[in-house]
Design a protein around this ligand. Structure first.
Ligand code: 6PG
Length: 229
């Protein structure tokens, strides 16, 4: 577990890209495959653009999503649209495992996604919401008790209908990398990293064992002195 505080969102993006590139190179060298779950939202787009500039063995990489909005893949709210806009054409050779956000049968789309996942992801890139949510696991959500590996969620962040990976996937993941920038994330970050954090009220605590890359604004409420590059 580590917390690194960097001077700007741009520095967080560059550091995240370097970390993800290291994961990919290490896993492909060791096992000829890397299964990586991408984060949604807006924060990771700059990291994906930076990652696209790094020469990597994309043909051995399987890209998944920590969550997806229940919209078509070309919808402005689609996480797949955001990720491909940033990572293509560089990552065209990767195997993209898209969530069927457009499927009106959301339960079927979630079940199929859960069934397709590897037993353990090699890494999950995650964001944090101001309320301490991560992926589409919101405070108090029934999905936090789900036994399956993906759940349909009616969440607090628009658009409300989403499909999210669930805690069992977080627990099985080999690595977790959390990105957060901006003062509006400071309370959620501090709550997630607090020793007494409760996953039910701060789902991002699911990633407390991971590595956190923060800008100074998102780290503002942390009581600890984190390493500053
Ligand atoms: C989503 C995300 C969500 C996101 C946080 C932070 O699909 O909305 O998975 O969990 O990571 O809400 O969002 P921003 O990066 O836009 O601040």
């Amino acid at each position: 577990m580590s917390v690194t505080v960097l001077a700007s969102p741009a520095a967080v993006a560059e550091a995240a890209a370097a970390r993800l590139a290291g994961w990919i190179r290490a896993d492909v060298a060791a096992r000829q495959r890397c299964d990586l779950a991408l984060a949604g939202g807006s924060t990771p787009a700059a990291a994906y653009r930076a990652l696209a500039a790094i020469a990597l063995p994309w043909g051995a990489v399987h890209l998944w999503y920590g969550d997806e909005r229940c919209v078509p893949p070309d919808h402005p709210d689609s996480n797949h649209r955001m990720a491909t806009a940033a990572l293509l054409p560089a990552a065209a050779a990767a195997t993209w495992h898209r969530v069927r956000g457009e499927d009106p049968d959301r339960l079927s789309a979630a079940a199929d996604y859960a069934a397709a996942l590897p037993a353990a992801l090699d890494g999950m890139l995650l964001g944090v919401g101001p309320d301490g949510h991560t992926a589409s696991l919101f405070p108090g959500s029934p999905a936090l008790e789900a036994q399956g590996r993906a759940a349909v969620v009616f969440g607090d962040k628009p658009p409300p209908w989403r499909i999210s990976l669930t805690p069992p996937v977080f627990y099985a993941a080999r690595r977790l990398l959390v990105l957060a920038t901006g003062r509006e994330k400071a309370a959620g970050v501090a709550a997630a990293l607090a020793p007494q954090a409760r996953i039910a009220s701060t789902p991002a605590a699911l990633a407390a064992r991971g590595d956190w890359l923060l800008d100074t604004a998102a780290a503002a409420d942390l009581p600890i002195s984190a390493s500053l590059y």
